[in-house]
Design a protein around this ligand. Structure first.
Ligand code: TEU
Length: 583
C-alpha cells in the first residue's frame, strides 16, 4: 500500500498577523490590511507559507475584533473587502496561503442576530443565544459561572428581564449551537469565505461550543468570586459531532486543501487524538494550552516559576501522544500570551538574541506545524508600561478593577499585569528605529516599545546573526529536510535542569537538537555526553557563543546536528521509553 500523501501543512510554517498591531497604512494609529500588504516582502524573506489573520470583520472592537457584528464584511478600521481580496490574491501570487480567524462561539451583542434575539422572548432568533431566567425571582444569574474577562458569565437584559450567557465579555454573547439553525448559519458563512478563496480557519475557542445540559454550577475555589464553569462548557458532549458536521458540510470536497486549527483551552492529549485523527474528519490540529499554563499559579495573574523539566516533559507528552495519529501545532506565543523571549527566555540585552534563537530552535524542530507570532522572529520583548492608563486590554483593565474592588492594593495588581497581560504581545511590530518604529505616522493605539531603536526588522534583516535570520533558517530546514516533518521524536536528558535535547529519527537520518535553555554555561558530564552520542555529527544549525569543546554549551547555545540513523543508536532506543515523563 502506498502511504497517503502528507498534507501540505505538515511542511508549512504559519505566521500570525494581529492586524491592529502589525502596520498602519493610513495614519490613524491602528494597523490595517494595506499595512499587511505593504510588508509581504518581510514574510516572503522569512519564508513562511501561511498567514493567519486575527479577526478583521466588522466589530465594535470591544475585544479587538473577537466580537463580530458582521461576518461578511471588513471593519472600516482595517480597510475594505476589496483590500482583503487583494491581500488574498497577492499572497496566492507569492505562493502563500491565508487562514482566517473564525469566531463562532459568540458574536458581538451588536450583531443583528443578537439584536433580534434580545428583542422579545418570542423572536425567531431568541433561541440562537443562551437565555435563562435568573434565580431568586430573576435577580441572580442562572448559575455561578464567572466570565473569562471578570464578573459573572451572565448579563440581565432589561427588555425581557432574562439573562444571557457570555463566557467572555458582556459584549460577546454565546451562540446556542444546540439550535440547528445556528449551525447552518455558521456553515453558510464559512462556505462563503471558502468560495472567496481563503485557505483555512483558526477556530476561536471552538471547544466551548457544546455546553452540558442544565448548565450546572461550577466549583468555587477558595478565595474565588465565581464558580468554574469550564468542566461544563469545555470539550462538551456534542463537540465531536459539531466539528464533524462542519467538516462534512463545508470543508470536505473543497478544491483548496483547507487547514483547520481549533483553539481549545483545556484540551487534553487524549481528546486531541480524537479531534485530529484524519479518519474522524474533525480538525487538522488544535492549539493546546498546557505548556502556557505551567507558569500559572491559581490563575494567570499569580505566577509560579517555570520548571524546564516540566516544560520539556509536557511537549514530549504531546509528541508521543500524537505520534501515531493526529498532528501537533507548535507555538510559544500569540496575541493572548506574553512575549516568548521575556517569558521562557532571557530578554536582557546580553541574552535576548541567543535565547530567542534557542527557543525557536527547540520549538520548530518538534513534530507538528510551527506558528510564529508577529515580532517573535525579531525577538520582540514584553511591554514596559508605567501606569494602568497605558494598558488597553479589557481583560487586564477588568481584572484590575475587580481585584481592587475586592480590596487588593492597586500597585500590586498593576505589577501582576506586567508579566502576564495580553497587551505584552500587542505593542506595535517594530519595523524601523524611527518614529513609532515605522508602525504608523500617527499616534499608535498602544505604546511602542522603547527598545525599537535596537530591536527592529530593518536592523534584523541586515544582520546575518539576528533572530530573524535564525528563524528563516529554521523555516528553510522544515521545507528541505524530511526528518523535521516525519522523524520520530525522542527526548534526551529528561531530568536536566538547563539542557533541552531530543532526536528526530527516520530510518535513514537523524537530527539531534541540543539547547542550553538557561543564562548560565553548562558542562556536560561523561554520562550526559554519552546519552547525546558524544554530540557528534554535521552541524546543520547553531546559535549562541559556541565554544570549541563539545561538552560545553554557552548560555542559550543551541546546536542542531545531523547524523545517519544507526539501528543501535543509544539515543533512539532510550528515547522511546520516555513516556514515563508525562504519563
Ligand atoms: O482566546 C481564548 C482564551 O481562552 C484565551 O487565550 C484568553 O485570551 C484567555 O482566557 C486570556 O487569559 C480567544 C482569543 O484568542 C482571544 O483573543 C479572545 O479574547 C477570546 O478567544 C474571545 O474571543
Amino acid at each position: 500500500m502506498t502511504p497517503p500523501t502528507p498534507p501540505w501543512w505538515s511542511t508549512a510554517v504559519v505566521y500570525q498577523v494581529y492586524p491592529r498591531s502589525f502596520a498602519d497604512s493610513d495614519g490613524d494609529g491602528i494597523g490595517d490590511l494595506r499595512g499587511v500588504l505593504s510588508h509581504l516582502d518581510h514574510l516572503a524573506a522569512l519564508g513562511v507559507d501561511v498567514v493567519w489573520l486575527s479577526p478583521i470583520y466588522r466589530s465594535p472592537q470591544d475585544d479587538n475584533g473577537y466580537d463580530i457584528s458582521d461576518y461578511r464584511d471588513v471593519d472600516p478600521v482595517f480597510g475594505t473587502l476589496a483590500d482583503l481580496d487583494e491581500l488574498l490574491a497577492t499572497l496566492h501570487a507569492r505562493g502563500m496561503r491565508l487562514v482566517m480567524d473564525l469566531v463562532v462561539n459568540h458574536t458581538s451583542d451588536e450583531h443583528p442576530w443578537f439584536v433580534e434575539s434580545r428583542s422579545s422572548t418570542t423572536n425567531p432568533k431568541r433561541d440562537w443565544y443562551v437565555w435563562r431566567g435568573g434565580r431568586d425571582g430573576g435577580e441572580r444569574p442562572p448559575n455561578n459561572w464567572g466570565a473569562a474577562f471578570s464578573g459573572p458569565a451572565w448579563d440581565r437584559d432589561t427588555t425581557t428581564g432574562q439573562w444571557y450567557l457570555h463566557l467572555f465579555s458582556p459584549k460577546q454573547p454565546d451562540l446556542n449551537w444546540e439550535n440547528p439553525e445556528v449551525r447552518a448559519a455558521v456553515h453558510e458563512m464559512v462556505a462563503w469565505w471558502l468560495d472567496r478563496g481563503v485557505d483555512g480557519f483558526r477556530m476561536d475557542v471552538v471547544n466551548f461550543v457544546s455546553k452540558v445540559d442544565g448548565l450546572p454550577d461550577g466549583v468555587v475555589a477558595p478565595g474565588a468570586l465565581f464558580g468554574d464553569g469550564a468542566p461544563h462548557f469545555q470539550n462538551g458532549p456534542r463537540l465531536h459531532e459539531f466539528l464533524h458536521e462542519l467538516h462534512e458540510r463545508v470543508f470536505a470536497g473543497r478544491p483548496q486543501a483547507v487547514l483547520t486549527v481549533g483553539e481549545m483551552p483545556g484540551v487534553t492529549v487524549e481528546q486531541a487524538r480524537l479531534l485530529t485523527d484524519p479518519a474522524r474528519a474533525e480538525v487538522d490540529m488544535v492549539f493546546q494550552f498546557e505548556h502556557v499554563g505551567l507558569d500559572h499559579g491559581r490563575d494567570k495573574w499569580d505566577p509560579r516559576p517555570l520548571e524546564l523539566r516540566e516544560l520539556k516533559a509536557n511537549l514530549a507528552r504531546w509528541q508521543t501522544g500524537l505520534a501515531d495519529v493526529g498532528w501537533n501545532s507548535l507555538y510559544w506565543s500569540n496575541h493572548d500570551q506574553p512575549r516568548a523571549v521575556s517569558r521562557f527566555g532571557d530578554d536582557s540585552p546580553a541574552h535576548r538574541v541567543a535565547s530567542a534563537m534557542a527557543l525557536g530552535t527547540v520549538l520548530h524542530l518538534h513534530r507538528g506545524t510551527p506558528y510564529v507570532y508577529q515580532g517573535e522572529e525579531l525577538g520582540m520583548t514584553n511591554a514596559v508600561f508605567a501606569s494602568l492608563a497605558e494598558h488597553r486590554d479589557l481583560e487586564s483593565l477588568n481584572h484590575h478593577r475587580e481585584a481592587v474592588g475586592a480590596g487588593a492594593d492597586p500597585d500590586v495588581v498593576l505589577a501582576a499585569l506586567a508579566p502576564a497581560s495580553r497587551d505584552n504581545a500587542r505593542t506595535p511590530v517594530q519595523w524601523t528605529p524611527g518614529t513609532s518604529a515605522g508602525f504608523s505616522t500617527g499616534a499608535p493605539w498602544i505604546g511602542v516599545h522603547p527598545n525599537h531603536v535596537d530591536v527592529n526588522a530593518e536592523a534584523a534583516r541586515a544582520d546575518p546573526g539576528s533572530v530573524f535570520h535564525h528563524y528563516r533558517r529554521l523555516v528553510e530546514l522544515r521545507h528541505t529536510d524530511p526528518v523535521v516533518t516525519d522523524g520520530v521524536f525522542a527526548l534526551l536528558l529528561a531530568e536536566h535542569e538547563q539542557v533541552w535535547a531530543f532526536t528526530r529519527t527516520t530510518p535513514t537520518a537523524q537530527l539531534l537538537v541540543v539547547a542550553n535553555v538557561s543564562s548560565a554555561p553548562v558542562t556536560l558530564d561523561g554520562a550526559e555526553l554519552a546519552e547525546l552520542g558524544g554530540l557528534g555529527g554535521e552541524v546543520v544549525l547553531s546559535s549562541g557563543p559556541a565554544g570549541d569543546r563539545p561538552a560545553q554549551l554557552g548560555a542559550w547555545e543551541a546546536r542542531v546536528l545531523r547524523r545517519r540513523a544507526a539501528a543501535r543508536d543509544p539515543s533512539s532506543t532510550r528515547g522511546r521509553s520516555t513516556t514515563r515523563l508525562g504519563r
